[in-house]
Write a protein that binds this ligand. Structure first.
Ligand SMILES: *Cc1c(COP(=O)(O)O)cnc(C)c1O
Ligand code: SF4
Length: 364
Protein backbone atom coordinates (compact mmCIF):
# COMPACT_ATOMS: atom_id res chain seq x y z
CA UNK A 1 0.00 0.00 0.00
CA UNK A 2 1.37 3.37 -1.02
CA UNK A 3 1.47 5.98 1.71
CA UNK A 4 2.64 9.57 1.77
CA UNK A 5 6.37 9.28 2.31
CA UNK A 6 6.59 11.79 5.14
CA UNK A 7 3.67 10.36 7.16
CA UNK A 8 4.82 9.55 10.70
CA UNK A 9 2.30 6.94 11.79
CA UNK A 10 2.63 7.47 15.53
CA UNK A 11 2.46 11.28 15.37
CA UNK A 12 -1.08 12.64 15.63
CA UNK A 13 -0.27 15.90 13.88
CA UNK A 14 1.20 13.99 10.99
CA UNK A 15 -1.94 11.81 10.87
CA UNK A 16 -4.04 15.00 10.75
CA UNK A 17 -1.86 16.55 8.08
CA UNK A 18 -2.23 13.47 5.90
CA UNK A 19 -5.98 13.13 6.26
CA UNK A 20 -7.67 11.64 3.25
CA UNK A 21 -10.06 14.05 1.60
CA UNK A 22 -10.01 13.37 -2.14
CA UNK A 23 -11.10 10.36 -4.19
CA UNK A 24 -7.50 10.01 -5.37
CA UNK A 25 -6.24 9.75 -1.79
CA UNK A 26 -8.97 7.28 -0.95
CA UNK A 27 -8.06 5.03 -3.87
CA UNK A 28 -4.72 4.39 -2.19
CA UNK A 29 -6.61 2.56 0.54
CA UNK A 30 -9.72 0.99 -0.98
CA UNK A 31 -11.44 0.18 -4.23
CA UNK A 32 -13.82 3.12 -4.32
CA UNK A 33 -17.26 2.19 -5.71
CA UNK A 34 -19.06 4.41 -8.25
CA UNK A 35 -21.66 5.25 -5.56
CA UNK A 36 -18.98 6.31 -3.11
CA UNK A 37 -17.35 8.44 -5.77
CA UNK A 38 -20.69 10.06 -6.58
CA UNK A 39 -21.34 10.75 -2.88
CA UNK A 40 -17.91 12.33 -2.46
CA UNK A 41 -18.66 14.63 -5.40
CA UNK A 42 -22.08 15.50 -3.97
CA UNK A 43 -20.51 16.31 -0.58
CA UNK A 44 -18.55 19.15 -2.12
CA UNK A 45 -19.83 22.35 -0.54
CA UNK A 46 -22.40 20.47 1.56
CA UNK A 47 -20.87 18.03 4.04
CA UNK A 48 -17.27 17.85 5.14
CA UNK A 49 -15.45 14.59 4.91
CA UNK A 50 -12.00 13.43 5.84
CA UNK A 51 -10.45 10.25 7.20
CA UNK A 52 -7.24 9.73 9.17
CA UNK A 53 -4.78 7.27 7.62
CA UNK A 54 -5.02 5.30 10.87
CA UNK A 55 -8.80 4.84 10.50
CA UNK A 56 -8.53 4.24 6.74
CA UNK A 57 -6.14 1.37 7.40
CA UNK A 58 -8.99 -0.45 9.18
CA UNK A 59 -11.23 -0.37 6.10
CA UNK A 60 -12.00 -3.45 4.05
CA UNK A 61 -10.59 -2.78 0.60
CA UNK A 62 -13.41 -4.44 -1.31
CA UNK A 63 -16.51 -4.37 0.87
CA UNK A 64 -18.46 -1.07 0.84
CA UNK A 65 -20.55 -2.41 3.73
CA UNK A 66 -17.45 -2.53 5.93
CA UNK A 67 -18.41 -0.82 9.21
CA UNK A 68 -15.38 1.48 9.08
CA UNK A 69 -16.22 2.51 5.51
CA UNK A 70 -19.87 3.10 6.30
CA UNK A 71 -18.93 5.42 9.15
CA UNK A 72 -16.39 7.45 7.25
CA UNK A 73 -16.90 7.35 3.46
CA UNK A 74 -19.78 9.53 2.18
CA UNK A 75 -22.87 7.65 0.98
CA UNK A 76 -25.39 8.64 -1.68
CA UNK A 77 -28.07 8.06 0.95
CA UNK A 78 -26.96 11.22 2.76
CA UNK A 79 -28.58 13.22 -0.04
CA UNK A 80 -31.98 11.49 0.00
CA UNK A 81 -34.66 13.28 2.02
CA UNK A 82 -36.37 11.17 4.67
CA UNK A 83 -39.72 11.81 6.40
CA UNK A 84 -39.40 13.79 9.59
CA UNK A 85 -35.67 14.40 9.38
CA UNK A 86 -34.40 17.59 10.96
CA UNK A 87 -31.04 19.38 11.26
CA UNK A 88 -31.39 19.60 15.04
CA UNK A 89 -33.94 17.07 16.30
CA UNK A 90 -32.45 17.17 19.82
CA UNK A 91 -32.88 20.93 20.18
CA UNK A 92 -29.28 21.95 20.90
CA UNK A 93 -29.96 25.30 19.27
CA UNK A 94 -33.07 25.78 21.43
CA UNK A 95 -31.04 25.41 24.65
CA UNK A 96 -27.98 27.28 23.42
CA UNK A 97 -27.21 30.10 25.86
CA UNK A 98 -24.00 31.52 24.38
CA UNK A 99 -21.99 30.86 21.27
CA UNK A 100 -20.72 27.56 22.71
CA UNK A 101 -22.73 26.67 25.80
CA UNK A 102 -25.85 24.49 25.61
CA UNK A 103 -27.67 24.34 28.95
CA UNK A 104 -30.43 21.79 28.74
CA UNK A 105 -30.30 19.95 32.07
CA UNK A 106 -30.38 21.59 35.50
CA UNK A 107 -26.84 20.81 36.68
CA UNK A 108 -24.70 20.36 33.58
CA UNK A 109 -23.82 21.96 30.25
CA UNK A 110 -22.12 21.02 27.04
CA UNK A 111 -19.38 23.36 25.90
CA UNK A 112 -18.98 23.08 22.11
CA UNK A 113 -15.41 24.24 21.78
CA UNK A 114 -14.74 23.38 18.14
CA UNK A 115 -16.55 22.26 15.00
CA UNK A 116 -13.50 20.41 13.67
CA UNK A 117 -12.93 16.62 13.66
CA UNK A 118 -10.20 14.39 12.24
CA UNK A 119 -12.79 12.08 10.70
CA UNK A 120 -16.29 13.33 9.92
CA UNK A 121 -18.51 10.46 10.99
CA UNK A 122 -21.29 10.06 8.48
CA UNK A 123 -23.78 9.44 11.32
CA UNK A 124 -22.79 12.49 13.40
CA UNK A 125 -25.73 13.75 15.42
CA UNK A 126 -24.38 17.29 15.05
CA UNK A 127 -23.96 16.94 11.33
CA UNK A 128 -25.24 20.48 10.81
CA UNK A 129 -22.58 21.72 13.21
CA UNK A 130 -19.61 19.56 12.33
CA UNK A 131 -20.09 18.90 8.67
CA UNK A 132 -22.54 21.28 7.03
CA UNK A 133 -20.20 23.91 5.70
CA UNK A 134 -22.61 26.76 6.31
CA UNK A 135 -24.40 25.55 9.37
CA UNK A 136 -22.13 25.66 12.41
CA UNK A 137 -23.05 27.27 15.70
CA UNK A 138 -20.07 29.51 15.66
CA UNK A 139 -20.43 33.09 14.73
CA UNK A 140 -17.85 34.61 12.45
CA UNK A 141 -16.25 36.60 15.24
CA UNK A 142 -15.37 33.45 17.13
CA UNK A 143 -12.52 34.66 19.31
CA UNK A 144 -14.42 37.52 20.86
CA UNK A 145 -17.09 35.35 22.37
CA UNK A 146 -15.08 32.97 24.63
CA UNK A 147 -15.47 35.44 27.51
CA UNK A 148 -19.25 35.17 27.28
CA UNK A 149 -19.03 31.38 27.39
CA UNK A 150 -16.91 31.32 30.56
CA UNK A 151 -18.96 34.12 32.09
CA UNK A 152 -22.17 32.12 31.58
CA UNK A 153 -20.75 29.09 33.39
CA UNK A 154 -19.23 31.23 36.16
CA UNK A 155 -22.49 33.07 36.79
CA UNK A 156 -24.64 29.90 37.02
CA UNK A 157 -23.75 28.19 40.32
CA UNK A 158 -26.10 25.30 39.53
CA UNK A 159 -23.65 24.11 36.83
CA UNK A 160 -21.49 21.46 38.51
CA UNK A 161 -20.58 19.41 35.44
CA UNK A 162 -19.08 20.81 32.21
CA UNK A 163 -18.74 18.58 29.19
CA UNK A 164 -16.23 19.69 26.56
CA UNK A 165 -17.40 18.54 23.17
CA UNK A 166 -17.82 19.81 19.61
CA UNK A 167 -16.56 18.69 17.09
CA UNK A 168 -13.68 16.91 18.76
CA UNK A 169 -12.12 19.00 21.54
CA UNK A 170 -8.84 17.09 21.28
CA UNK A 171 -8.27 18.68 17.88
CA UNK A 172 -6.78 21.55 19.88
CA UNK A 173 -3.21 21.53 21.17
CA UNK A 174 -2.49 20.56 24.77
CA UNK A 175 -1.69 24.21 25.47
CA UNK A 176 -5.03 25.49 24.27
CA UNK A 177 -6.92 22.73 26.09
CA UNK A 178 -5.04 23.48 29.27
CA UNK A 179 -6.06 27.16 29.01
CA UNK A 180 -9.72 26.13 28.75
CA UNK A 181 -9.60 23.45 31.46
CA UNK A 182 -7.60 25.52 33.96
CA UNK A 183 -10.04 28.39 33.46
CA UNK A 184 -12.97 26.08 34.23
CA UNK A 185 -11.15 24.73 37.29
CA UNK A 186 -11.04 28.24 38.72
CA UNK A 187 -14.85 28.27 38.90
CA UNK A 188 -15.61 26.83 42.36
CA UNK A 189 -19.00 25.28 41.51
CA UNK A 190 -17.65 23.28 38.54
CA UNK A 191 -17.12 19.94 40.27
CA UNK A 192 -16.38 17.68 37.34
CA UNK A 193 -15.06 18.24 33.85
CA UNK A 194 -15.90 15.75 31.16
CA UNK A 195 -14.40 15.42 27.71
CA UNK A 196 -16.31 13.89 24.82
CA UNK A 197 -13.78 12.70 22.25
CA UNK A 198 -13.78 10.10 19.54
CA UNK A 199 -10.00 10.29 19.11
CA UNK A 200 -9.28 7.08 21.05
CA UNK A 201 -11.10 5.48 18.07
CA UNK A 202 -10.24 7.75 15.15
CA UNK A 203 -6.81 9.10 16.10
CA UNK A 204 -5.49 7.20 19.14
CA UNK A 205 -2.04 8.76 18.63
CA UNK A 206 -3.58 11.97 20.01
CA UNK A 207 -3.71 10.44 23.52
CA UNK A 208 -0.05 11.11 24.30
CA UNK A 209 1.53 10.62 27.74
CA UNK A 210 2.06 14.40 27.91
CA UNK A 211 -1.61 15.05 27.24
CA UNK A 212 -2.67 12.58 29.94
CA UNK A 213 -0.21 14.11 32.42
CA UNK A 214 -1.66 17.56 31.70
CA UNK A 215 -5.23 16.34 32.32
CA UNK A 216 -4.25 14.63 35.54
CA UNK A 217 -3.49 18.03 37.11
CA UNK A 218 -7.16 19.00 36.85
CA UNK A 219 -8.98 16.01 38.31
CA UNK A 220 -11.76 14.97 38.52
CA UNK A 221 -11.72 14.57 34.73
CA UNK A 222 -13.81 11.96 32.93
CA UNK A 223 -13.67 11.02 29.27
CA UNK A 224 -16.44 9.61 27.13
CA UNK A 225 -15.54 8.11 23.80
CA UNK A 226 -17.43 6.50 20.94
CA UNK A 227 -16.68 2.96 19.75
CA UNK A 228 -19.42 1.58 17.49
CA UNK A 229 -18.00 -1.70 16.23
CA UNK A 230 -15.63 -4.41 17.54
CA UNK A 231 -13.34 -3.77 14.55
CA UNK A 232 -12.46 -0.42 16.11
CA UNK A 233 -10.96 -2.04 19.22
CA UNK A 234 -7.39 -2.22 17.94
CA UNK A 235 -4.15 -2.47 19.96
CA UNK A 236 -3.58 1.27 19.33
CA UNK A 237 -7.07 2.21 20.57
CA UNK A 238 -6.65 -0.07 23.59
CA UNK A 239 -3.29 1.56 24.38
CA UNK A 240 -4.83 5.05 24.15
CA UNK A 241 -7.57 4.08 26.63
CA UNK A 242 -4.99 2.42 28.88
CA UNK A 243 -2.94 5.63 29.02
CA UNK A 244 -6.00 7.63 30.08
CA UNK A 245 -6.98 5.04 32.68
CA UNK A 246 -3.47 4.93 34.17
CA UNK A 247 -3.71 8.67 34.72
CA UNK A 248 -6.92 8.19 36.66
CA UNK A 249 -9.28 9.28 33.89
CA UNK A 250 -12.30 6.95 33.72
CA UNK A 251 -13.15 6.11 30.11
CA UNK A 252 -16.76 5.40 29.21
CA UNK A 253 -18.30 4.62 25.86
CA UNK A 254 -21.29 5.95 23.98
CA UNK A 255 -22.34 3.83 21.01
CA UNK A 256 -24.85 4.86 18.36
CA UNK A 257 -27.16 2.11 17.16
CA UNK A 258 -26.62 2.12 13.39
CA UNK A 259 -28.64 0.17 10.84
CA UNK A 260 -26.61 -2.41 8.96
CA UNK A 261 -23.54 -1.70 11.07
CA UNK A 262 -24.08 -2.77 14.67
CA UNK A 263 -27.83 -3.43 14.93
CA UNK A 264 -27.56 -7.12 15.65
CA UNK A 265 -27.15 -8.80 18.97
CA UNK A 266 -23.93 -10.66 18.20
CA UNK A 267 -22.07 -7.56 16.97
CA UNK A 268 -23.29 -5.56 19.97
CA UNK A 269 -22.27 -8.29 22.40
CA UNK A 270 -18.85 -8.59 20.89
CA UNK A 271 -18.42 -4.79 21.03
CA UNK A 272 -19.42 -4.67 24.70
CA UNK A 273 -17.22 -7.62 25.66
CA UNK A 274 -14.32 -6.03 23.79
CA UNK A 275 -14.82 -2.77 25.69
CA UNK A 276 -14.73 -4.53 29.06
CA UNK A 277 -11.47 -6.20 28.03
CA UNK A 278 -9.87 -2.80 27.52
CA UNK A 279 -11.49 -1.51 30.77
CA UNK A 280 -13.82 0.92 29.00
CA UNK A 281 -17.24 1.03 30.58
CA UNK A 282 -20.31 0.99 28.29
CA UNK A 283 -22.44 4.03 29.20
CA UNK A 284 -25.05 4.82 26.55
CA UNK A 285 -26.46 3.10 23.49
CA UNK A 286 -28.02 5.96 21.57
CA UNK A 287 -30.98 5.42 19.34
CA UNK A 288 -29.87 7.09 16.10
CA UNK A 289 -31.51 10.50 15.75
CA UNK A 290 -33.37 11.28 12.54
CA UNK A 291 -30.83 13.94 11.60
CA UNK A 292 -30.84 15.25 8.03
CA UNK A 293 -28.22 13.24 6.12
CA UNK A 294 -28.13 10.50 8.76
CA UNK A 295 -31.64 8.99 8.46
CA UNK A 296 -30.46 5.93 6.52
CA UNK A 297 -28.75 4.74 9.72
CA UNK A 298 -31.91 4.95 11.86
CA UNK A 299 -33.13 1.55 13.08
CA UNK A 300 -36.55 0.81 14.52
CA UNK A 301 -36.95 1.38 18.26
CA UNK A 302 -38.19 -2.18 18.50
CA UNK A 303 -34.87 -3.40 17.08
CA UNK A 304 -32.99 -1.57 19.81
CA UNK A 305 -35.29 -2.93 22.47
CA UNK A 306 -34.84 -6.44 21.13
CA UNK A 307 -31.05 -6.04 21.39
CA UNK A 308 -31.39 -4.73 24.94
CA UNK A 309 -33.51 -7.74 25.89
CA UNK A 310 -30.70 -9.90 24.54
CA UNK A 311 -28.10 -8.12 26.66
CA UNK A 312 -29.76 -7.65 30.02
CA UNK A 313 -29.07 -10.61 32.24
CA UNK A 314 -26.92 -12.23 29.55
CA UNK A 315 -23.97 -10.01 30.45
CA UNK A 316 -22.94 -8.36 33.67
CA UNK A 317 -24.88 -5.21 34.47
CA UNK A 318 -21.90 -2.95 33.84
CA UNK A 319 -21.47 -4.34 30.32
CA UNK A 320 -24.98 -3.22 29.44
CA UNK A 321 -25.39 0.39 28.30
CA UNK A 322 -28.57 2.38 28.82
CA UNK A 323 -30.58 2.55 25.61
CA UNK A 324 -31.39 6.24 25.20
CA UNK A 325 -33.26 8.41 22.75
CA UNK A 326 -32.23 12.07 22.75
CA UNK A 327 -35.14 14.46 22.35
CA UNK A 328 -35.90 18.12 22.86
CA UNK A 329 -36.94 17.07 26.39
CA UNK A 330 -33.54 15.52 27.04
CA UNK A 331 -32.18 11.98 26.99
CA UNK A 332 -34.86 9.42 27.75
CA UNK A 333 -34.17 5.74 28.41
CA UNK A 334 -36.19 3.50 26.12
CA UNK A 335 -37.04 1.13 28.88
CA UNK A 336 -40.41 -0.08 30.09
CA UNK A 337 -41.36 2.61 32.63
CA UNK A 338 -40.64 5.54 30.35
CA UNK A 339 -42.13 4.03 27.26
CA UNK A 340 -45.81 3.53 26.39
CA UNK A 341 -47.57 2.55 23.22
CA UNK A 342 -51.13 3.31 22.15
CA UNK A 343 -53.00 3.63 18.83
CA UNK A 344 -51.34 7.02 18.19
CA UNK A 345 -47.86 5.55 18.42
CA UNK A 346 -45.12 5.66 21.00
CA UNK A 347 -45.11 7.91 24.05
CA UNK A 348 -42.05 8.81 26.07
CA UNK A 349 -41.70 10.21 29.55
CA UNK A 350 -38.61 12.10 30.72
CA UNK A 351 -37.08 12.45 34.19
CA UNK A 352 -39.44 15.36 34.88
CA UNK A 353 -42.57 13.34 33.97
CA UNK A 354 -43.10 15.43 30.82
CA UNK A 355 -44.45 13.30 28.01
CA UNK A 356 -44.16 13.48 24.25
CA UNK A 357 -44.97 11.37 21.23
CA UNK A 358 -42.10 10.00 19.17
CA UNK A 359 -42.27 9.15 15.50
CA UNK A 360 -40.62 6.01 14.25
CA UNK A 361 -39.89 6.55 10.54
CA UNK A 362 -39.72 2.80 10.03
CA UNK A 363 -43.45 2.52 10.83
CA UNK A 364 -44.52 5.03 8.14
C1 LIG B 1 -25.92 14.51 26.57
C2 LIG B 1 -25.93 15.85 27.08
C3 LIG B 1 -25.43 16.15 28.36
C4 LIG B 1 -24.82 15.12 29.27
O1 LIG B 1 -25.79 14.17 29.63
P1 LIG B 1 -25.44 12.96 30.59
O2 LIG B 1 -26.69 12.14 30.59
O3 LIG B 1 -25.14 13.56 31.93
O4 LIG B 1 -24.26 12.24 30.06
C5 LIG B 1 -25.51 17.46 28.78
N1 LIG B 1 -26.05 18.42 28.00
C6 LIG B 1 -26.55 18.16 26.78
C7 LIG B 1 -27.15 19.26 25.99
C8 LIG B 1 -26.49 16.86 26.27
O5 LIG B 1 -26.96 16.61 25.05
S1 SF4 C 1 -15.99 12.69 15.98
FE1 SF4 C 1 -17.93 13.06 17.06
S2 SF4 C 1 -18.44 15.22 16.61
FE2 SF4 C 1 -16.87 14.55 15.11
S3 SF4 C 1 -18.04 13.85 13.32
FE3 SF4 C 1 -17.61 12.04 14.63
S4 SF4 C 1 -19.47 11.85 15.91
FE4 SF4 C 1 -19.45 13.96 15.06
Amino acid sequence: MQKAHDLVWTDWRSQLKHRISTVEDLRQWINVTPDEEQAIQDSEGKYRWSITPYYAALMDKDDPMCPIRQQSVPSVQEFISFTGSDNDPVGDTVYRKTNRVVHKYPDRVIFLITEVCAVYCRHCTRKYHTTDLSGTYFESNEAASWEQDFEYIASHPEIRDVLLTGGDPLTYSDEKLELIISRLRKIPHVEIIRIGSRYPVLLPQRITPEFCAMLEKYHPIWLNTHFNHPKEITPEAAAACDRLLRHGIPVQNQTVLLKGLNDDLETMKSLLKGLLKIRVRPYYLYHCDNVTGVSHFVTSIEKGREIMRGLLGHMTGFAVPQYIVTTKLGKIPLWEEQFHQDDQGYWLENYNHDTMRVDDPNLI
